[in-house]
Design a protein around this ligand. Structure first.
Ligand code: ARG
Length: 602
């Protein structure tokens, strides 16, 4: 509240032109607001430089490794985790001895009982930007099943992580990155029909760790009504309540499709949903439990837990006559198997895969590698089809780079929101960033000039000469070396705009944001002319800015992205890094070189 008031003060207009009617035409953001923006921009620049340095370092390491491989005895190359079928971490559905019967009949997630550590080895937590949002269930070494609605509006896999189960002795839970999110294609966000999504982990869970997969149903049949099943999660302890600190669990009986429909009306679709709980109320899953498991034990000499439901929705939490609703896993079993068994080449490469491996420019002409997916229907490695495929792959990678930038900006935005006192909900903040934004990547083929690399904390400048043709002997003796060299050169080229800024100049200065008060958009933002500087380079661009705490916070990330783009364009247009301390002017929109090449600084 205080911060919001402070921000309003910061926003007070400076003397500006006035219209004939005496109303201001323009409003200038106050110097203190510009300072806040500049600080955020500087952080964005630092993040961009760090990730560029990282990418180049990776490329250089790969090259070195290849050279070493060629020189010495063959080292087995580490396999990319997702190209092989990882071994399953032990048999499915096994709870640890001693914890099998802990689920108390009167425990509940709403007001329920805490589960002992390690009691649910398949229960995972899905986190968006590090904050818990949903539950999930480990169903194979690399796969987590959860609810599709968890990703509504936040489908950028780079923002999500999965926190695996902790061990029985409280061994810390491992956090894994997400490679791919596959919502069920028939998921309907209005009706919650098909509320199911598979999440592929970037690295499979280790058989040595405490996490274990649950069993999936073998047939499309559910256990009979009355079967006592178990739910677990970190969800709210009561409706509108805060999330639980530790895993909670409860036992709930399955209800018949008729009772479910009677209780919940036509919104309950028995073909894809089942319901479980007590008509008397009191024991139920709740907000934050979505995506978590509803498991029933399969009796037999070696009982195992089978996943029959995924927590989906409810009418309040634990209210009388309103049992919880779960997606029927059994009816989706074929889709699940199909997705988990699909050959990697039949899937579009994920952003994480594309960003971690060769840029598509270097995709082999025979259509192998990640980009091979796009060329799978082309008659041959040459020709228009193959060219188009490479183009598609390149564009996808560009979108991925933006997503990765959005990732960085999410953290920045959170910082900004705290600073500015506006706290739109986590989901809203994340959604704003998940929207596609303009590309920061250079167009292909722009890496031909000499590049300078700011290659480390000391910002020492390293010079990368334009690649000269290899003496034949070098590459002949070492197959695969040349593409790696080219890849490194391309990486240096595409990131040159940020790599060549010496660390002492790596600061963004928003000098002026002049909002046109007569240009309010439907989203509550105003058109503004922005002047900013990076080191010795100045740019001017037009953007949209909010003039109230909440709208200002919302407009920040886009302004930062635009500023970064403007600097990149200006750097490209000038073709050279600015000399230290030498002020230059480069219009963001300018694509033509402005002035000649200057001597390298530093
Ligand atoms: N949709 C909720 C979530 O996103 C789960 C609600 C479950 N509600 C219930 N009464 N069983 O976490």
């Amino acid at each position: 509240m205080l911060l919001a008031a402070l921000l309003l003060l910061l926003l007070l207009p400076l003397p500006d032109p006035w219209s004939a009617s005496g109303h201001p035409l323009y409003m200038r953001l106050s110097p203190s607001t510009l300072q806040v923006l500049s600080a955020q921009g500087t952080q964005a620049l630092q993040a961009a430089q760090r990730s560029a340095q990282w990418a180049v370092k990776q490329g250089a390491t790969e090259l070195q490794l290849r050279l070493l491989e060629c020189q010495g005895p063959a080292h087995p190359r580490p396999q990319a985790p997702l190209l092989q079928n990882p071994p399953e971490p032990g048999p499915c559905g096994k709870r640890r001895p001693g914890v099998a019967n802990v689920t108390r009949a009167h425990g509940c997630i709403v007001g329920g009982s805490a589960a002992p550590p390690g009691a649910w080895p398949w229960l995972v937590r899905l986190q968006l930007g590090g904050l818990p949002l949903c539950g999930g269930v480990l169903v194979a070494a690399s796969w987590v099943l959860t609810a599709a609605h968890c990703f509504s509006g936040a489908s950028n896999e780079l923002l999500w992580t999965v926190l695996l189960a902790e061990g029985p002795q409280g061994e810390p839970a491992e956090e894994v990155q997400v490679n791919r999110i596959l919502p069920h294609p028939k998921f309907d966000p209005q009706t919650f029909h098909g509320d199911l999504a598979l999440v592929q982990l970037w690295t499979p869970v280790s058989p040595a760790g405490p996490a274990r997969p649950v069993c999936l149903p073998q047939a499309a049949l559910d256990p009979p009504a009355g079967t006592p099943c178990a739910i677990a999660g970190w969800g709210a302890l009561f409706e509108d309540g805060s999330e639980a600190e530790a895993v909670r669990e409860a036992r709930v009986p399955l209800l018949s499709p008729n009772s479910c429909q009677r209780a919940l009306g036509p919104r309950l679709r028995p073909s894809s949903m089942l319901c479980a709980g007590y008509l008397a109320g009191g024991i139920d899953s709740c907000q934050g439990d979505s995506g978590g498991p509803l498991t029933c034990s399969e009796p037999g000499p070696r009982p195992r837990e089978v996943l029959f439901g995924v927590t989906s929705w409810g009418d309040g939490c634990g209210e009388p006559g309103k049992p919880g609703v779960y997606t029927r896993v059994a009816v989706f079993k074929d889709w699940l198997q199909e997705q988990m068994n699909a050959a990697p080449s039949t899937r579009e490469p994920s952003c994480r895969e594309l960003l971690a491996r060769d840029p598509p420019k270097e995709a082999p002409a025979d259509g192998a590698g990640l980009c091979g997916f796009y060329a799978r229907r082309c008659p041959g490695p040459e020709g228009a089809c193959a060219r188009l495929a490479r183009q598609q792959c390149l564009q996808r990678r560009q979108r991925c780079e933006l997503r990765s930038l959005a990732h960085t900006l999410l953290h920045l935005l959170r910082g900004a929101q705290e600073l500015l006192g506006a706290r739109p909900g986590l989901r809203r903040g994340a959604f704003a960033l998940a929207r596609p934004a303009p590309s920061l990547r250079e167009p292909p083929g722009s890496a031909t000039r000499e590049q300078r690399l700011n290659s480390g904390p000391r910002a020492a400048r390293v010079r990368f000469e334009k690649r000269k043709p290899e003496p034949r002997g070098d590459t002949n003796g070492c197959p695969g070396l040349e593409p790696l060299r080219q890849k490194l050169a391309a990486l240096q080229g595409s990131h040159a705009w940020i790599l060549w800024v010496p660390s002492e100049q790596l600061a963004m200065h928003f000098q002026e944001v002049l909002a046109n008060l007569s240009s309010k958009t439907v989203t509550g933002l105003f058109r503004a002319r922005v002047r900013a500087g990076l080191g010795g380079r100045r740019v001017v661009f037009s953007g949209l800015v909010g003039l109230e705490p909440a709208t200002l916070a919302r407009s920040l990330p886009q302004l930062l992205v635009q500023a970064l783009r403007a600097f990149r364009s200006a750097a490209l247009a000038q073709g050279e890094p600015p000399g230290p301390g030498v002020g230059r002017t480069g219009a963001a929109s300018a694509q033509q070189p402005q002035g000649g090449r200057s001597a390298p600084g530093g």
